[in-house]
Write a protein that binds this ligand. Structure first.
Ligand SMILES: NC(=O)C1=CN([C@@H]2O[C@H](COP(=O)(O)OP(=O)(O)OC[C@H]3O[C@@H](n4cnc5c(N)ncnc54)[C@H](OP(=O)(O)O)[C@@H]3O)[C@@H](O)[C@H]2O)[C@@H](O)CC1
Ligand SMILES: [K+]
Length: 554
């Protein structure tokens, strides 16, 4: 497998920012980040990385709250705490007019060497350190005082959360839980170091599924390489503004440590937004069929078809499964309605199957799976496949014939396809999307906070979508997404873009771009994530696309 590139940065970068088009960023889980750290530390002076981390945290703290009167650092038992000691020492030296103190929840006997050295540096710099764990005498009172003060803190206080980072290995409880609860109760601004303490950075949920406290940060500064869990699962709800600093490792960072995921930041969408050729006509972007809309569920098919039309598909046809269905969408007369019975036409077209498909879609799947070159499987098509091993085999056989498939499940549909349950899927979304892509030999998308896209052909390295908000948590929004995927894929099939690397096959590129667009439009129409009816999202898509100038960097 080719090694993924590591994009360097010597100043912090804001991730998950609205708008803009940038390259994806590699994400490493705790085990691989530790490996990266080992490789880098072997070529550097002792403490160099921790000091760089402390400096980066201190600088962001000052930028975040230039008028703060008080900075309080919460340092934990390990190296995350070490970053906190370094930041405190740096702030004490550089920010003399601000009151800085630190509470340490750790024990000298078990503190790692780097962190212990940083603690001594903070002491030498004159940082007031309160030990909450050691010595035991009076520790409970000291903890109670800090908790009470944190719970009452106002916005003039900045708290640097350096309690736990990637070393979290069990749910938070006891004294740590009390500190985090107090912090979350108060009104202090919070800057989390590397991760909001209590969040499992590998998967973005609680460790062991136990509902334990997690710091709710205003800003999180990811260090060295961001964790996947910052961007999916619960991550998006606790990180606040997400920043990343590579600690100056830049181009020296070896490509020896493979990433576990990538955070998409617009490069796929940028490639779809290039100006359309002047000579374009409706036939030059292919035919698209939406097959779905069973009894009482026609709306889903219409939504997908309308979205496809708004996103530049050529001729859009709707094959309604409800025999009594309307022969026309009166709000969108451009759509053509009819039964697609011609195998050659199906083979040439891009087909979206399953939106509002009900039980009737199952009977259509054998032909679609054997005939179509480009097939987006959504909703009830996925449920039908999950129920039928024969359909599963037919789906797997497609890739050997050069027929590409995109699966678009939400977590429940994914669980059915994987023979598991929603809790298991959500407990490790990255593993679930990888399993879908590899098991069904397709491009798989897993909906939810931090939607994931993964392709069997790209070495099963998932990308996490950076755009979107809770406005998309409405009925029909998935049908709209299926329509956008189909429209982009149809255009790529006719006017292919040069493949630049793994994951650049047309199905995956179209899917990544579609998820990104879907999210950006929701953000532009509903800043706080207030619910957005899917039909309004459809018109927003076209409005957004027509307003865009071609992106400057792709
Ligand atoms: N070294 C370097 O050069 C660099 C390091 N960096 C920084 O290091 C961080 C990783 O450091 P780390 O591996 O020491 O892990 P960390 O998150 O501090 O926690 C480990 C400690 O927590 C404890 N513990 C775990 N779970 C717990 C729980 N639920 N409740 C209570 N305790 C719990 C665990 O205890 P134990 O399991 O042994 O009882 C252990 O003592 C990384 O996130 C980044 O900030 C970067 O700046 C880059 C340069
Ligand atoms: K932290």
């Amino acid at each position: 497998m080719p090694m993924p590139a590591f994009t360097p940065c010597s100043a912090p970068r804001r991730l998950l920012e609205e708008g803009g088009y940038a390259d994806a960023v590699d994400l490493h889980d705790a085990a691989h980040a530790a490996e990266l750290e080992r490789v880098l530390a072997s070529t550097r002076a002792p403490l160099a990385l921790m000091q760089a981390a402390g400096l980066a945290v201190a600088r962001l703290a000052r930028a975040m709250t230039p008028h703060a009167r008080r900075v309080r650092v919460l340092a934990g038992p390990g190296n995350n705490g070490g970053d906190g000691f370094e930041a405190a020492a740096r702030l004490k030296a550089d920010w003399p007019d601000v009151h800085i103190d630190l509470a340490w929840l750790g024990h000298p006997a078990s503190q790692p060497g780097d962190a212990a050295a940083s603690r001594l540096r903070a002491e030498a710099a004159g940082v007031a350190i309160t030990e909450l764990d050691h010595p035991p005498t009076g520790a409970a009172d000291r903890l109670a005082t800090w908790c009470a003060e944190l719970a009452q803190a106002d916005g003039d206080t900045l708290v640097i959360d350096a309690l736990l980072g990637r070393g979290l290995n069990r749910p938070v409880s006891g004294d740590l839980a009390r500190l985090i609860d107090a912090l979350n109760t108060g009104a202090a601004r919070v800057l989390s170091v590397d991760l909001p303490s209590g969040l499992n950075g590998d998967v973005g949920v609680w460790p062991d599924g136990v509902d334990a406290p997690i710091v709710r940060a205003d800003t999180t500064l990811a260090l060295l390489s961001p964790s996947p869990g910052l961007c999916t699962g619960m991550g998006r709800d606790v990180v606040g503004e997400l920043w990343w600093h590579d600690l100056g490792t830049g181009s020296a960072t070896p490509h020896a440590v493979a990433a576990q995921a990538r955070l998409a930041r617009g490069s796929a969408l940028a490639r779809l937004l290039q100006p359309r050729p002047h000579r374009q006509h409706k036939g030059s972007v292919g035919d698209l069929w939406v097959i779905g809309g069973d009894v009482a569920m026609q709306g889903a098919a219409w939504l997908a078809a309308r979205a496809a039309l708004e996103c530049g598909a050529g001729r859009v046809h709707v094959d309604l499964l409800d025999a009594q269905g309307l022969g026309l969408d009166p709000g969108q007369p451009e759509l053509m309605v009819g039964r697609c019975a011609d195998r050659d036409e199906l083979a040439r077209a891009t087909v979206i199957a399953g939106c509002g498909g009900g039980p009737a879609i199952a009977a259509r799947l054998p032909e679609l799976l054997s005939t179509t070159a480009r097939l987006v499987l959504d909703a009830d098509a996925l449920n039908a496949i999950a129920r039928d091993t024969n359909l599963q085999d037919r789906l797997r056989e497609r890739s050997a014939r050069g027929q590409a498939s995109v699966l678009t499940p939400h977590p429940l549909e994914a669980a059915r396809l994987l023979g598991s349950d929603v809790a298991a899927v959500q407990a490790d979304r990255l593993a679930a999307v990888r399993a879908l892509a590899t098991s069904y030999r397709c491009t798989a998308l897993l909906k939810g906070s931090g939607t994931l896209v993964c392709s069997a052909s790209s070495g099963a390295l998932p990308t996490i979508n950076g755009s979107g908000n809770a406005a998309l948590a409405t009925p029909g929004s998935g049908d709209v997404l299926a329509g956008v995927i189909g429209a982009f894929w149809s255009q790529l099939a006719i006017r292919p873009l040069v493949e630049e690397g793994p994951g650049d096959d047309a199905a995956t590129l179209a899917t990544r771009a579609a998820v990104d667009l879907h999210g950006r439009v929701a953000q532009s129409m509903s800043h706080r994530g207030a619910a957005l009816p899917a039909s309004r999202l459809v018109s927003g898509l076209g409005d957004w696309l027509r307003r865009q100038a071609p992106p400057r960097s792709a």
